[in-house]
Ligand binder design. Structure first.
Ligand code: S3P
Length: 448
């Protein structure tokens, strides 16, 4: 990387991202795209593998996480062409036909891969599977899906009372349940719905608030029999069902666009257009909160692409104001809280984030890590058991910070560094490639 503002250095197999804003300040300009939506990419690969016939996927995210899904489902018998963003063909093997691999299925860093796949493996009678992931994933709670699957008759074993990967799964004929999930989690909801696809009868999940609904939208498009009650946040799948291959065009990921929406809002003089971003209402909490904070956002060219709403989003700098983020908003922006913490540092007043204890069991403890790393740069953040209290309006000074190998932390800290004085070094910055391999090059592009 040649720019003097952004440079990337390899140190002992890790990458350090060094950001040195010019003392005269910088502004971000340009028209950019973001890579494909991670949640939709996982689901397109999985449903494609389970469907009868061919599924064509355009715009797939080529990050590490969907690569983990593709390699697991290849090992389970699906034919998936070489991954690229242009066109991928998945030759599905039909529901109930996953084959037993001779080796461990490795979900890497991806909670979505592991949790959704568990529902499918548990409902394949007569087959035995073992699943694992990297050190972060092996410490994340799987009991949230193991428990309901056990209620359905699943047999799953693992450490800490069957709650930690590696897990062993003996596939069974499961029975339908109505599961009242204590948390609003699309991974839990999707795991149970995927298990329900091959069960005779009605499998229902009710969640306390609505989580992202990409599974519901895509399952319907593939021909599954679903009933949705928006009043009670309940979804049922009536099985056994048949899925048929479809064409899926994956929109840009709003969780990746979020970095530019905040960067454009906090760096004076900035103006960015982010093209082709998914604006599914279960994901647009970031837009609602930024607007509440006084951001200057405009949705352009709104349209629908294979069942998902899409728009181009224009952002211009404006002075942000503090706000409170809590309650039912949380599941609609669960992955954007690290970058919203950065927005809050530059907002006037004290921002309070509550009801976000889920962040403690993501790829890292995102509440603890964002508080510690931004405080190293001079922020005033107090950790709460379920959130953060951020006193904004100050300024940041460059420092040595760490991603804790969490992709969203690496990218959030990079955006904070753009608005700091002096140089910031982000250690283990390569984590960004989990969901956004092009992040560094786009950063360099907009900083010019
Ligand atoms: C995801 C759901 C969310 C989100 C994750 C992706 C999905 O997790 O944080 O990055 O694709 O279903 P939870 O559903 O567990 O909150």
């Amino acid at each position: 990387m040649s720019s003097s503002i952004v440079s990337l250095k390899s140190v002992e197999q890790q990458q350090e991202l060094i950001i040195t804003p010019p003392s005269s300040g910088l502004s971000l300009k340009g028209k950019i795209t973001v890579p494909g939506d991670k949640s939709i990419s996982h689901r397109a690969l999985m449903l494609g593998a389970l469907a009868a016939g061919e599924t064509v996927i355009k715009g797939l995210l080529l990050g590490e996480d969907p690569r983990s899904t593709a390699s697991c489902f290849r090992a389970l018998g699906a034919e998936i062409s070489e991954l690229n963003t242009e066109k991928i063909v998945v030759s599905g093997i039909g529901l109930g036909n996953l084959t037993e691999p001779a080796d461990v299925l490795d979900a890497g860093n991806s909670g979505t891969t592991l949790r959704l796949m568990l529902g499918l493996l548990a409902s394949h009678p007569g087959r035995f599977f073992t699943v694992t992931g990297d050190s972060s994933l092996r410490s994340r709670p799987m009991s949230r899906v193991v428990k309901p699957l056990q209620e359905m008759g699943a047999q799953i074993w693992g450490r800490k009372n069957n709650s930690l990967a590696p897990l062993a799964v003996s596939g069974q004929q499961l029975k339908p349940i109505h599961y009242h999930s204590p948390i609003a989690s699309a991974q839990v909801k999707s795991c149970i719905l995927l298990a329900g696809l091959s069960i005779d009868g009605k499998t229902t999940v009710t969640e306390p608030a609505l989580s992202r609904d990409h599974s519901e939208r895509m399952l319907k498009a593939f021909g599954a029999d679903l009933e949705i009650d928006p009043q009670t946040h309940s979804v049922s799948v009536i099985g056994p069902t048949r899925l048929s291959g479809q064409t899926v065009i994956v929109p840009g990921d709003i969780s990746s666009a979020a970095f530019w929406l905040v960067a454009g809002s906090i760096v004076p003089g900035s103006e960015l257009i982010i093209e082709n971003v998914g604006i599914n209402p279960t994901r647009t909490g970031i837009l609602d909160v930024l607007e509440m904070m006084g951001a200057d956002l405009t949705l352009l060219n709104q349209r629908e692409v294979t069942g998902e709403p899409v728009a181009d989003i224009q952002v211009q700098y404006s002075q942000l104001q503090a706000c409170t983020i809590s309650g039912d908003l949380i599941p609609r922006l669960i992955d954007e809280i690290p970058i919203l913490a950065v927005a809050a540092v530059f907002a006037q007043g004290t921002t309070v984030i509550r009801d976000a204890q889920e962040l403690r069991v993501k790829e890292s403890d995102r509440l603890a890590v964002m508080a510690s790393e931004l405080n190293r740069m001079g922020a005033k953040i107090t950790e709460l058991p379920d959130g953060l209290e951020i006193t904004g309006g100050g300024s940041l000074v460059g420092a040595q910070v760490d991603s804790y190998t969490d992709h969203r932390i690496a990218m959030s800290l990079a955006i904070a560094a753009l608005n700091a004085s002096y140089s910031t070094t982000i250690h283990r910055a390569q984590a960004a490639s989990i969901s956004y391999p092009e992040f560094f090059s786009t950063l360099q592009q907009v900083c010019q």
